[in-house]
Design a protein around this ligand. Sequence first.
Ligand code: F0G
Length: 456
Amino acid sequence: MAKTAEVSIPASERGCKLRCVACGTEFERAAQDFRCVNCGELLEVFYPAWEKGDPSHADELRTLWLERRKSLHALDQSGVWRFRELLPGMLDWNKVITLREGNTPIFELPRCAKSAGVRRLRAKHQGMNPTGSFKDTGMTAAISVAVEEKFRWVACASTGNTSASMAAYAAQAGLRSLVLIPEGKISWGKLSQALDYGALTCQLRTDFDGCLQLLREVIRRLPVYLLNSVNPYRLEGQKTAAIELLEQLGWSVPDHIVVPGGNLGNSSALGKALLEMQGLGLISRLPKVSVIQAAGANPLVRTIRENRGKSLVTVQPDTMATAIQIGNPASWRKALRVLDATGGTAEEVSEAEIALAKAEIGSDGVGCEPASAVTLAGLKKLVARKFVAPDESVVLILTGHVLKDPEYTLKFHRGELFTGTGYESEPKQFDGQRREPLILDPDPDAVVRALEAADA
Ligand code: F0G
């Protein structure tokens, strides 16, 4: 493999440029680690042509995007590329790698609304993407750039979903993929996806932050395209979830959007889209974007509480919501900007609160993986804090499918979730949500008795 230090195609040829989020330096092309060569901070994509904000095209864009829903073209059938006016332009649109990501539904959560103390609650389920998580919306964009730049290998460190998504898109593109995951700290479902899609999968005896650190060293040595969310093209794809959400709501802006926080790429991406939509006159005000973390992996919450957002407080992460078991989030500055710009907040929730919220989302017939359930658990706290009023409109972003981590779900319903974990003992409220499977003789009377007992 030949060595290369830089990506080869100037970003300006895509109608966009890159800019450092800390020192503001602009770049035509990124270094391979996607960090500013002056100050080491992250880069973001920006579009000089509409940087100043131009509301004159809002109606035209809304109509165009809606029209594309009728199209049979692969690009239009993608819930990401349908919004391509707000995405980096490709040199050859026919080479975009898409699995028809996006197009995810909004569900009503009536029981969860009651439990959270709000009149109405909706969820946009990003777990309904092709590989079962929101990562697909970003991966289509960044993998397409990797193809355009003629990389043979792509790589990521992951808590599971990024690796599953990257492996799938790389396979579809005919690229090789390298996955670095923390050994014993990701769900089997996600690991199995990476294997099935053909990734070279390395389980490292460290945590996610350790994997990401190590990957930075690997990409210094080899021409491998980095696909963690420090890659700003991934966030461009991910931001389309917010555009699609607003379109689904008829461009009527909700009061609150509640997002789980891990490496903090997703909250950054959604916030970026909201600000861009406001600049383009697609929406007239901003929803408050709030980020929820597990109490055992709460660097953003602590950064705000203890340091007023000035410098990152890193933590040793510990949560059963393995997707967000991250103590040193790369995009903390970007996420803080989103909270500031939208007037949102950060909150933390316990393991028991996460488990209960997950079962409640299940009982609305929707379901999600543990990391996504922090949104409902967090919303309850935001209502208790009076940050969210009962009659305000709230949308939760559910990030992963319920089948991503069935082991967690089974343990919860069997009453074994906290067994041998060292977490607090299981609270009484679990009983009301637990739906343990019954083992019965193959006898109709036994089944009838079970039904009658359940109906009592
Ligand atoms: N929810 C799920 C299901 C996730 O997989 C992740 C992150 C998050 C929320 C947090 O999003 O990092 O953008 O703040 N998963 C990454 C991964 C880290 O490797 O799959 P974030």
